[in-house]
Design a protein around this ligand. Sequence first.
Ligand code: PPS
Length: 286
Amino acid sequence: PEDQLFMHDGGLYPRIVCCPDTMKILDTFEARSDDVILVGYAKTGTNWVGQILKELEAASGKYDDEEMKRRQQIEKELKLLPYLEFGDPGKFERLKKLPSRRVIKTHLIPQKIPKSIFQKKAKILVLFRNPKDTAVSYFHFSKGMSIVPDQKTWDDFFSEFMNGIVPYGLYFNHIIEWNKYLDDKNIMFITYEELKENTALGIKKLAEFFNFSVTEQDIQSITEKTSFNSMKEKSHETHGKMGNTLFRKGIVGDWKSVFSESQNEEMDRKFEEAAGRTKLGKMLKY
Ligand code: PPS
């Protein structure tokens, strides 16, 4: 495991994208009060929801073509990897040059979220997905990316996932920890399933929460632009070779074709024993 994962402050991180020196200085990240923060455990749909937020920001900012190009150029030059914890430690300096409103994504557990995000009262969207589909998505991704050690079969992966021996640790812990923030007015919780069921409505709720001023028409167009098929079609442009692994199926309930009866029981039991008892856990019924 040392090859692919490293331990920092009690947490496991993927070496392929996270650097120990960056993890050490996460708290030097300087948030702005108007930052748009998206938090979600790996494979919960963070690329999808991140794109929705970027589209909302652009529509709300009413940037003309020239301004849009200027922003894209700055972003390109800054060479910022897509998650706060990814890349070299110099990124926190470079992030200061990114024009507002910045959309910042992370897979981190709340204890590791840079403190200035809370101090500046930046709004945070916390995304969850039912743990079974999350595990299946993670398995396919880890095979494609070799970010998890020795994941040759689904059974191996299932066992590691249930024991938290995967990047970002045990998914259930994220639920238990975020549950403590349920009453925080600066934090909104949403599920992948809810967003899938009625995407336009979900996008509308996100716009209201982050105070994006958009029209019904904007919401319709963002719904279309961020559909699974549209994002998959563009994935070579946006994600290069990784596109095919990342935009896999984009559906709810894929776990049913993968989980064995006993794995299903084990997950139900362990979920009920831990995260399932929390209020947030009850929102994630699947
Ligand atoms: S990562 O690698 O942790 O950043 O992955 P993440 O983006 O969080 O999650 C990947 C899963 O999200 C699905 N996805 C989508 N679903 C619906 N609509 C859209 N537009 C969309 N884009 C990505 C993606 O297919 C992964 O789920 P699975 O189940 O593997 O298909």
